[in-house]
Design a protein around this ligand. Structure first.
Ligand code: BTN
Length: 256
């Protein structure tokens, strides 16, 4: 289905809405590998995603028809593999900037790419890059945002939604269109070589930046301060006079 509500040049111009699918990331990945070339910016959106995937092999649950679950195809051949995290940054700030006017200053990006309101998770991303040598051949950008869902299971006790915050429904298509437009603009900045813009804007929106907080790494709890994110996307945490860099699986944020 061609869309006519998204105003940009390519992100979301080829929009396919599925009633039901296991995972939009899986669907887009198999389209990319099995069919004729897909246009960059293709978006696959699902009304019901019954086996959604999250980061670190987690599952992503979303009540049918109430949330945004979609995947976007980008072809960032201009990025080196070592610059993958700049794409994560560009997408994160795009989702953030869409929601910020609605939700205000409690909104943050929790490293690496969660969208948080206060201490609760509003959405997340699963970005799967298909590499070719030293460059990125395809990037499958999966985005899940809790929009009109009011109740969450015990297993997602930390989740919140736009509706829980604003007490009213929000139109999913409008939100999708705004996210696509913001992604297009930040992606084009990245493509034009404005990496420092994307890095600075990401850092400005970072949850717990420069605050003394509790973390857990290598089975030890400690107090530390996030003071940056490396070029490659590792979290930099200062504690006991040192600054250590962490990958996703290596550090836990302790909300207590
Ligand atoms: C996370 O925070 O763990 C990432 C969640 C990503 C969920 C989205 S929903 C659309 C796309 N399809 C998937 O299977 N996962 C992503």
């Amino acid at each position: 289905m061609q869309n006519n509500i998204i105003s940009g040049l390519f992100v979301g111009q080829n929009l396919l809405t599925l009633k039901e699918v296991d995972s939009t990331n899986n669907f887009l990945k198999s389209l990319v590998s099995n069919s004729k070339p897909l246009p960059e910016g293709t978006v696959i959106m699902a009304e019901n995603q019954y086996a959604g995937r999250g980061q670190q092999q987690n599952t992503w649950h979303a009540e049918p028809g109430k949330n945004l679950t979609f995947s976007l195809l980008l072809i960032p051949a201009f990025l080196q593999v070592s610059q993958q995290f700049d794409l994560t940054r560009a997408i994160s700030i795009s989702v953030f900037d869409t929601l910020r006017p609605l939700l205000g200053n409690e909104l943050k990006i929790k490293w690496p790419n969660d969208i948080y309101f206060g201490d609760k998770k509003l959405g997340g991303m699963l970005i799967e890059n298909i590499l070719s040598g030293n460059t990125i051949k395809y990037s499958i950008i999966g985005i899940g945002l809790n929009v009109n869902q009011e109740n969450f299971p015990q297993t997602a006790a930390n989740a919140t939604s736009v509706k829980q915050i604003l007490r009213k429904d929000y139109d999913l298509r409008t939100l999708l269109a705004d996210i696509c437009n913001n992604i297009e603009s930040n992606y084009l900045k990245l493509k034009a070589g404005d990496i420092s813009f994307v890095r600075n804007e990401y850092l400005k929106r970072l949850y717990w930046l420069n605050e003394k907080k509790r973390f857990k790494a290598t089975d030890k709890e400690f107090e530390g301060v996030i003071n940056g994110v490396t070029e490659a996307g590792m979290l930099q945490v200062a504690h006991s006079g040192n600054v250590n860099n962490y990958n996703l699986k290596e550090i836990e944020f302790l909300n207590k």
